[in-house]
Design a protein around this ligand. Structure first.
Ligand SMILES: *[C@@H]1O[C@H](CO)[C@@H](O)[C@H](O)[C@H]1NC(C)=O
Ligand SMILES: *[C@@H]1O[C@H](CO)[C@@H](O)[C@H](O)[C@H]1NC(C)=O
Length: 473
């Protein structure tokens, strides 16, 4: 970046804040003017690594997104070293909020590798540092479908530990209170327990601040009773905002999106904060609502435009009739909800921490002590066993004499993590990470931005001097 770019940054700095941040109160999202905010979102991950760095592409897509009536995008992977100013401003100008994963291919919290490590923490923090200053960031995820199989639930305390530490990091840094949560696979043997576990325990510093559910339970034609009544049953008066973080079953197709009428309708609108549909780009999994072109026919051709047999940039063309169907549906779904001043959050209720069941899917017994940063599974399991014995005999479950020395024996090697792009691949419905697997080739320390930091710092000084304000970078 050269000095001449400072002018552009200056112009940008002077024109940002076109969009007001969303806030959480009770189990709802609110706009600054006090009106309730409902997600009409779309999953947006054009390429494995980061869809928020190509400003021209963001601009082309934002035009069509406005026509669709979307107000939010969900992004699964970002590059914390890249420059996001262009895309973030394009989307802010279009009235579009972003929900972003703090984790990525080599930092997932994997149940098979039970640890929440300093390495992961630092990388999560870098993503938060990079995005927290944008007013249109609506949420951060600590994970997506990490817990998705029968043997996975012992990993849940590590997710909660990540929430605890990222919340603390946000407070320490004085960042805006961008909610931190998790998005779950809709697996009936896990969903209710995970929902309750991540919100239970009574310590507000350790619980998720929203819960997203990836559910493909509704395949048109269907009904509220058949598809969503079971989900609603467990969402009633949920303590934090709950929403569909993926939806849009494409079998048999075409999609009519009639579930939107249910989500924004009388049975659910008091408890749910809307939905994010899966997904923007048409690719092998056939979930796309727009296309940049037909399959290329050469899976080995990977370049700036093509990846994994599909064109991933250019002018978006609506996939018919799914795009039009969604547009029509969203145009007719206009819930007003409740205003912030009229809303009494005392109605929400936190449930007890679930107990484990012998031979069952849920194996975390009650409000277990959360693992510390870098605590290994062995140390944690031993400690948990000791703690439960101690609490039985003394009723004291808060004391621990363990030192932090296990840190050096952490099983958190990059190699293990990268082999595990399993966040949901085991779930037949989950195609959300389909573009992602190839991304395990990503090199962690690739520095694509050269001396950006230094030059940006100089620009920041200049801008601060001109505007008389502090500019975060
Ligand atoms: C709540 O959790 C935080 C973070 O783990 C901890 O520092 C604090 O002591 C806990 N508060 C209580 C009352 O246990
Ligand atoms: C790539 O696209 C061609 C043409 O549509 C198709 O026949 C082939 O199966 C695709 N290959 C992969 C690996 O997706």
């Amino acid at each position: 970046m050269r000095w001449s770019s400072c002018g552009a940054i200056l112009a940008l700095a002077a024109t940002t804040s076109a969009i007001d941040p969303i806030e959480v109160k009770g189990n709802k999202f609110f706009r600054k003017d006090g009106s309730q905010f409902f997600l009409k979102g779309v999953s947006y991950q054009l390429r494995p690594d980061d869809p928020l760095i190509d400003t021209d592409q963001c601009r082309r897509d934002a035009e069509l997104m406005k026509e669709l009536g979307t107000n939010a995008l969900r992004v699964y992977h970002v590059d914390d070293d890249a420059d996001h100013d262009g895309c973030m401003k394009v989307f802010a100008d279009a009235g579009i909020y972003l929900l972003i994963d703090l984790d990525t291919f080599d930092t997932y919290i994997l149940p098979s590798n039970q640890v929440w490590s300093t390495r992961q923490y630092k990388r999560f923090a870098k993503v938060m540092d990079e995005f927290q200053g944008y007013d249109n960031v609506l949420a951060f995820f600590v994970g997506n479908e990490d817990i998705a199989a029968k043997e996975d639930s012992p990993g849940a305390p590590f997710l909660k530990a990540a929430v605890r530490d990222m919340r603390a990091y946000r407070e320490d840094k004085g960042y805006r209170k961008i909610p931190i949560g998790y998005t779950a696979a809709d697996i009936v043997e896990l969903r209710p327990m995970l929902q309750d576990y991540l919100t239970c325990g009574g310590n507000a510093s350790e619980t998720v601040e929203f819960f997203g559910l990836n559910s493909y339970a509704w395949c048109d034609p269907s009904t509220y009773e058949e598809a969503y009544a079971p989900l609603q049953e467990h969402a009633k008066d949920f303590p934090v905002p709950i929403f569909f973080s993926e939806t849009g079953c494409n079998v048999p197709g075409p999609r009519l999106w009639e579930d939107m009428d249910a989500i924004f309708g009388e049975h659910m609108v008091d408890d749910w904060s809307g939905a994010i549909i899966y997904e923007w780009i048409q690719e092998e999994n056939n979930y796309g609502i727009i296309s940049y072109g037909p399959p290329v026919g050469d899976p080995s051709k990977n370049d700036a435009t093509v990846f994994d047999n599909w064109t991933r940039k250019g002018t978006p063309t609506p996939v018919s009739p799914d795009f039009e169907n969604l547009k029509t549906k969203w145009a007719s779904n206009n819930p007003t909800g409740v205003s912030r001043d009229d809303y009494d959050p005392d109605h929400v209720s936190t449930r007890d921490c679930p107990t484990s069941t012998e031979g069952g899917w849920w194996q975390v017994d009650g409000d277990v002590r959360l693992p510390r940063l870098d605590e290994t599974v062995t140390a944690y399991a031993e400690l948990a066993a000791a703690m439960s014995t101690a609490s039985e005999s003394q009723g004291d479950s808060t004391k621990t004499s363990s030192s932090g020395s296990e840190a050096s024996t952490t099983g958190d090697s990059d190699e293990e993590e990268e082999s595990g792009t399993a966040t949901g691949e085991s779930d037949e419905e989950e195609t959300g990470t389909a573009t992602g697997d190839a991304g395990s080739e990503e090199t962690e320390d690739a520095d694509s931005s050269g001396g950006r930091g230094q030059t940006m710092a100089m620009c920041a000084t200049l801008i601060a001097a001109v505007l008389g304000v502090t500019v975060w970078l």
